[in-house]
Design a protein around this ligand. Structure first.
Ligand code: PLP
Length: 433
């Protein structure tokens, strides 16, 4: 498959190059030249297929031309080896629980897949070392650090905003050691993301080291996220629900929802999408006005969605040929204030004894308010509530249980490098390492 840049100012590249480079030279995002529709036969008996089998069929459409079938199958089966249950909350609303992986958030899927794909390409090319730079507002760091831990030939630098991630999240990427270095930036998530982008376009750094991104700008990170949309559909179809299905996605950088939109282009019968935002509502504003105005991010209870200039907006525009009406036909928006997040968590806990995390709460609220009669909706429950223990306990006023693998992370010792938000400081540090 050939990949082009959303800025169109750079030559087209192979999958291998798109994955190793992360971002195109002209700072655009890579897009596959074709999106292969899946055959009708795939949807006919999808309800009888396992998550791994479904994922492999979708992966084959994206990556089958570039990776031998047995290798790809192994990568997919190893990545998707945990449950993604679709839990019924009432007659119309389902929760797609994406938090049963190693770091209890949906990013485990993309991170684990990307680690294996990158490892494959590094060995194939005979490259010595590739450095993964990743900016995180919490969950990306933990998923990427754990997905790449111990992978030979890859060093990971996690940049995160000081004091703006939860303690559990921080423990998940600062305690690992080995090939993982955590860098604590005195700034916001947007500052971290800007630093990573500056690093990628710095000539001297690029001469010094091979760098790539494991944020959802990397095609190997974001495309695999399409897998579980098909799996959700399969589970609904099994229950006899095949039409008027709405998917609601708590969104920050918009990688997750963009993967769903790719699935839609491949023929997945989801009738429309809802992008749930917190107070960082640039996409919501875009849908209302047709004008896209990036803003500084504001801190909220759903911190993984605190993004003021979502990277994957460029991919959505491109996917819809910059046609505003077409975008609005498929996607509607919603916002959720911190107070509404609290209300939603309390309400669903009290009425249904189902515990939402702050991100899932935005999704649940958006679907509860946005679903029309006759529609069935599922929202992506993107993280386990225990990842936001302090916040959630305060809201419901009850202690919550911490899953065993999270407890284990809490035992480690934090190790991190502290840097200012000046690019020159990061550059110096990387040149010396
Ligand atoms: C990353 C993240 C999001 C936002 O996903 P995007 O792909 O950046 O839109 C939502 N919820 C949680 C828990 C996350 O970690």
């Amino acid at each position: 498959m050939i990949y082009y840049s959303t800025h169109h100012h750079t030559p087209r590249v192979s999958l291998q190059e798109a994955v190793i480079k992360g971002l195109a030279k002209d700072k655009g995002l890579f897009m596959p030249q074709h999106i292969k529709p899946l055959p009708a036969s795939f949807f006919q008996d999808i309800e009888d297929m396992s998550l791994q089998k479904i994922s492999y069929e979708v992966a084959d459409a994206f990556f089958g031309e570039d990776i031998p079938a047995d290798t790809l199958k192994q990568i997919v089966y190893d990545t998707m080896n945990f449950d993604i249950p679709l839990v019924k909350l009432n007659d119309h609303i389902y929760s797609l629980e994406l938090f049963h992986g190693p770091t209890l958030a949906f990013k485990d899927v993309g991170a684990r897949f990307m680690a294996r794909l990158l490892e494959y390409f590094i060995h194939k090319e005979g490259k010595e070392q590739v450095n993964v730079l990743v900016a995180t507002s919490g969950d990306t760091g933990s998923a990427v650090a754990n997905g790449f831990l111990g992978v030979e030939g890859i060093h990971v630098y996690v940049l995160y905003p000081k004091k703006k991630v939860s303690r559990i999240q921080e423990q998940q990427f600062t305690t690992l050691g080995q090939n993982i270095t955590a860098i604590e930036i005195d700034g916001s998530f947007d500052d971290c993301q800007a630093l990573v982008k500056s690093a990628f376009s710095d000539t001297e750094l690029n001469r010094h080291m091979q760098m790539t991104s494991a944020n959802s700008i990397n095609v190997a990170r974001f495309l695999p996220q399409a897998f579980y949309y098909f799996h959700a559909y399969a589970q609904l179809k099994k229950k006899g629900i095949e039409k008027d299905i709405v998917a609601c996605v708590p969104s920050g950088n918009f990688g997750n929802i963009t993967a769903g939109l790719f699935g839609h282009k491949m023929g997945l019968p989801i009738s429309r999408f809802i992008a749930a935002n917190n107070n960082n509502d640039v996409f919501f504003q875009y849908l209302q006005t047709g004008i896209y105005t990036p803003k500084k991010s504001i801190q909220t209870l759903a911190n993984a969605m605190d993004v003021g200039n979502p990277s994957n907006f460029a991919r959505i525009l491109d996917l819809y040929h910059h046609n505003y009406e077409a975008i609005c036909a498929d996607i509607s928006g919603a916002t959720c204030t911190d107070n509404q997040i609290k209300e939603e968590i309390r309400k669903v806990w009290k009425e249904q004894h189902y515990l939402l995390d702050p991100h899932g709460a935005c999704g649940h609220r958006a679907i509860r308010e946005g679903l029309k009669s006759g529609e069935t909706g599922f929202f992506l429950e993107t993280a386990h509530p225990a990842k936001f223990k302090d916040t959630v306990e305060k809201i419901i006023n009850e202690p919550i249980a911490i899953p065993l693998n999270l407890q284990n992370f809490m035992k480690g010792t934090k190790q991190s490098i502290e840097l200012s938000k000046k690019f020159s400081d990061l550059k110096q540090f990387l040149l010396n390492s």
